[in-house]
Design a protein around this ligand. Structure first.
Ligand code: B12
Length: 218
């Protein structure tokens, strides 16, 4: 692997946010493709962090500072992935569901959508279903993407879909779900319109679902 990408990975694992920012920026200046920086430098670091956390080799504070460094790197990387001047292909509303504080995966999904020319409204983490309802009324998105990383917050994802159903919004928005514990079966079981295992396929799946509704501009 490129030495500079290894440096990003090392800095990210140490949680050195300013160093990650600088290194990502330097790699972009050198012409390293943003998707390589993301996958090889950054996502690989979070995968190692996840393994170490699982084996009790590191604890919450270390994971938190690594996550902060990851998000710092994502901020620098994002403009490089976003097409300039492209007409929005649709509007996507994203949220990590109630009681779920994980946002790295959701932020990557946001970045991929922006990069593909969608406008994105990101409601953040721990978002109550009622707030999602209000945000739909305010922003009128085409797609609502819900993220959950905990088995304990999966019921809140289900609750959110039910809330949108009760408010009669099912015909107006496409509901997509994702996050490590979410499976295609679970997605179907709670009545979501779509599921994707990663951020790149999330964009592809959204485009398919929008095209099926005759809304796709692709
Ligand atoms: C980072 C992290 C944290 C950080 C989060 C910081 C942040 N800003 O996000 C902190 C330290 C806060 C944290 C806290 C906790 N965590 Co944690 N955490 C992780 C860790 C290490 C990495 C998660 C991550 O970012 N992955 C990288 C991203 C890129 O992957 P991703 O999220 O899956 O996203 C991809 C796809 O799933 C998909 N996707 C994601 N969202 C969406 C949405 C849509 C619409 C679509 C289509 C696709 C999609 O696309 C993404 C990109 O490809 C995982 C371990 C792991 N290996 O996953 C544990 C993990 C998720 N955490 C876990 C636990 C238990 C906790 C705590 C309960 C710990 C505690 N004892 O307090 C708390 C809960 C806090 C809360 N209420 O949410 C468990 C969950 C176990 C379970 N089955 O429920 C895990 C699996 C660790 C473990 N093995 O035990 N955690």
């Amino acid at each position: 692997m490129d030495k500079r990408l290894i440096e990003i990975r090392t800095a990210l694992m140490k949680g050195a946010a300013p160093a990650v920012r600088e290194l990502v920026s330097a790699c972009l200046d050198k012409g390293i493709p943003p998707d390589r920086i993301l996958e090889e430098g950054m996502v690989s670091a979070m995968a190692i962090i996840g393994e170490r956390f699982k084996r009790d080799e590191i604890y919450m504070p270390e994971v938190m500072i690594a996550a902060r460094a990851m998000n710092a790197g994502l901020e620098v990387l994002e403009p490089a992935l976003v097409q300039s001047g492209a007409k929005p292909r649709g509007k996507v509303l994203l949220a990590s569901v109630r009681a779920d504080l994980h946002d790295i995966g959701k932020n990557m999904v946001a970045m991929m959508f922006r990069g593909a020319g969608y406008s994105v409204v990101d409601l953040g983490v721990d978002v109550h279903e009622d707030l999602i309802l209000e945000a739909i009324a305010e922003h009128e998105p085409d797609v609502v993407g819900l993220s959950s990383l905990l088995t304990t917050t999966l019921p809140n994802m289900k609750k959110t879909v039910e809330t949108l159903e009760k408010a009669d919004l099912r015909g107006r928005v496409i509901i997509m779900v994702g996050g490590a514990p979410v499976t295609p079966e679970f997605a179907e079981g709670i009545g979501a319109d779509g599921y994707a295992p990663d951020s790149a396929s999330a964009v592809e799946r959204a485009a398919e679902l929008l095209a099926a509704r005759g809304q796709g501009l692709a």
